[in-house]
Design a protein around this ligand. Structure first.
Ligand SMILES: Cc1cc2nc3c(=O)[nH]c(=O)nc-3n(C[C@H](O)[C@H](O)[C@H](O)COP(=O)(O)O)c2cc1C
Length: 207
């Protein structure tokens, strides 16, 4: 991982799996180790978040949610690696996204560039979870990058001594991260200027 003071690009990794031997987390760790010096990827912790409940105003809940919100806000882009669970995504990941997706359409996820990686034991590589995640991020107005999808099949077999070592997959992920950085660079060079005029009425923005 790079030094946050000198990094030009800050990426935040979010794993959909909390288990120690997670292939999804191992993919993120391996990708982080291969980044050039001006790019850093740190991994968020989402396991401490309580189940989403709008009524939960406990200080520890607010602190945990704020911490994740801040980490996302400070990141130029997200790399989300998740297993497929029951043709969808793990509840822990859905829960974390629910927390940081508020206020609706105005959250830290809005306009955030996102690279999605799905993992699975099966050869399908969690392709259904990948589609599900794309739809879920669309609801938060984040920008899942358009590129060949990163779908990691037979993921546990690509781990040796806790490290994800499958070079062809890692090279493909290097390319995907380069695409994410390209998208971020374009965005940094030309920040979004809202189009003004009669087309924009923002009727559906709830505040
Ligand atoms: C509750 C549960 C449901 C699962 N459902 C699916 C599934 O629908 N499709 C699939 O390909 N794999 C499924 N799996 C297998 C996981 O994708 C596989 O165990 C994956 O490696 C776990 O990710 P991790 O190594 O990052 O923890 C399921 C696993 C669990 C625990």
């Amino acid at each position: 991982m790079g030094d946050s003071r000198s990094s030009r690009y800050k990426l935040l990794g979010i794993s959909g799996s909390l288990r120690r031997a997670s292939a999804s987390t191992a993919v993120l760790r391996a990708a982080a180790e291969r980044l050039p010096p001006d790019v850093e990827l740190s991994i968020a912790s989402i396991g401490e978040l309580p189940l989403y409940n709008e009524d939960d105003r406990r200080p520890e809940t607010i602190a945990a949610v704020n911490e994740l919100n801040r980490a996302i806000d400070n990141a130029d882009g997200l790399v989300v690696a998740s297993p497929e669970y029951n043709h969808g995504i793990p509840g822990v990941l859905a829960n974390a996204i629910d927390w940081v997706s508020r206020p609706g359409y105005e959250s830290v996820l809005k306009h955030k560039p996102v690279l999605v990686i799905s993992t699975s034991k099966s050869p399908l590589g969690g392709a259904r979870a990948q589609l599900y995640l794309r739809e879920l991020f669309a609801a938060t107005l984040s920008r899942v990058i358009a590129r060949r999808q990163v779908v990691v099949g037979a993921a546990p077999s690509k781990i040796v001594d806790g490290r994800f070592v499958h070079e062809p997959t890692l090279a493909f992920i290097d390319d995907a991260i380069a695409d994410l950085l390209d998208e971020i660079a374009v965005f940094k060079a030309r920040p979004l200027e809202p189009f003004r005029g009669p087309l924009r009425q923002n009727r559906y923005v709830s505040r």
